[in-house]
Design a protein around this ligand. Structure first.
Ligand SMILES: [Zn+2]
Length: 393
């Protein structure tokens, strides 16, 4: 098997969520493995989770390949026995002694030099400046549309539209803000229409009478209209737009979350860069097709990495084969525990190494080309697309 040298490759994580160190330290140390799993992460972010079922989530982490591997790898890193109890204790002690030092150590171990922080979750937002102090690497902002809608929707429709546009301009005035984001897949679906201003204003009045209940009848035309306005403003300000595309926690509108639902909007905006966050997961080949046919559609690999786990080699093989590789962006979707930065980067590095080496063996790539692809996916593509260097802005 050929060797692709990615051991020292830098990583820029294009999709993470900020947390506060005080909250990190305060959480139950025994539940951290479960909180790192896809199930646990989704449980914590979904409005539909029943706290009474958290014990079940913890129990299931014992049979999650992701949790078992994380436990063993982390035991190696912490120098303790690879048991659930020993790892939880060693990790809790490391956090207690120096939570920031423990985090910066994990990031340095995997050469993570920067992250893009989606400030839409959790709410209220945790400032990037604050998160940067706790991570010790550059934190760039991704500003989200949906909280602005909640903040301004009580206003008359025209004022709502101007307020959202002003929020976009204000965020764009901050060099730390490198992209805008929408999670419309969680609200009214990815099949975004193109309502006229009058239609959207009428829908806004109906949505108000409906008590701001989320619905495709009343809320959808307003959200669709505002997303298009946000995309236009992002284009004027030379910023990419990140759109959650694919599954997520249990709040997702799963029937309207596929890449194909988003396709008409993407075709309408063919001249501006759009990143499909989560690479259409679980509809990966569909997202791969979309990014292979539309030149300015990019795919973020977060959620697939780290949680698709054994599936990630297949994902990379599929997407690297289908999509021009400068459009594939590494991400972890870390949302509460610093180990996710570390394990995400580690699994991505190893999986890219295996996948690209296989392509060298099949004479599809030279070793130098393979190494460049790997380094670009881990960091370079995100840096170029968002106009950032590894150093803090
Ligand atoms: Zn996320």
């Amino acid at each position: 098997m050929s060797d692709v040298n990615l051991a020292d490759a830098e990583v820029v994580d294009d999709h993470v969520h900020p947390y506060r160190v005080a909250d990190l330290v305060a959480r139950d140390p025994g539940g951290f493995e479960a909180r790192c799993t896809f199930l646990g992460t989704c449980f914590m972010s979904s409005s539909r989770s029943d706290p009474k079922t958290w014990a079940r989530v913890e129990e299931l982490s014992d049979s999650s390949i992701f949790a078992l591997t994380l436990r063993r790898w982390l035991a190696g890193y912490l120098g303790c026995e690879p048991t659930k109890e020993a790892v939880a204790a060693a990790r809790a002690e490391a956090l207690r002694a120096d939570a920031v030092g423990y985090t910066t150590g994990l990031l340095a171990d995997e050469h993570v030099v920067g992250v893009l922080s989606d400030e839409g979750y959790p709410q209220p937002p945790i400032p990037a400046e604050e998160f940067e102090k706790d991570l010790g690497v550059a934190v760039h902002r991704v500003a989200r549309l949906e909280p602005w809608i909640v903040e301004h929707r009580e206003e008359p429709f025209d004022d709502l539209v101007s307020a959202v546009e002003e929020e976009v301009e204000k965020a764009a005035g901050d060099p730390r803000c490198v992209a805008f984001k929408s999670i419309i897949a969680y609200r009214t679906g990815l099949d975004v229409g193109d309502p006229a201003p009058g239609e959207a204003a009428d829908a806004h009045a109906r949505w108000r009478r409906d008590g701001w209940r989320e619905s495709r009848e009343h809320a959808k035309p307003v959200r669709d209209f505002l997303l298009r306005r946000t995309m236009a403003a992002a284009k004027r300000n030379d910023r990419p737009v990140h759109i959650h595309c694919g599954g997520g926690d249990a709040d997702i509108q799963l029937g309207h979350a596929r890449p194909q639902d988003l396709f008409p909007l993407l075709v309408d905006h063919a001249h501006q860069p759009i990143v499909l966050i989560h690479g259409g997961d679980p509809w990966v080949p569909e997202a791969g097709y979309v990014a292979s046919v539309l030149p300015n559609v990019y795919l973020d690999l977060s959620a697939l990495i780290p949680w698709a786990w054994s599936w990630i080699d297949w994902v990379l093989e599929t997407l690297i084969g289908m999509v021009p590789t400068t459009k594939l962006l590494y991400g972890s979707d870390e949302a509460s525990e610093p180990e996710v930065f570390w394990v995400g980067a580690r699994i991505a590095r190893k999986a890219l190494d295996r996948t690209l080496a296989g392509m060298v063996d099949r004479d599809l790539l030279t070793p130098d080309e393979a190494e460049k692809v790997g380094r670009d996916v881990l960091a370079g593509n995100t840096q170029r697309l968002h106009g950032i260097s590894a150093a803090p802005s």
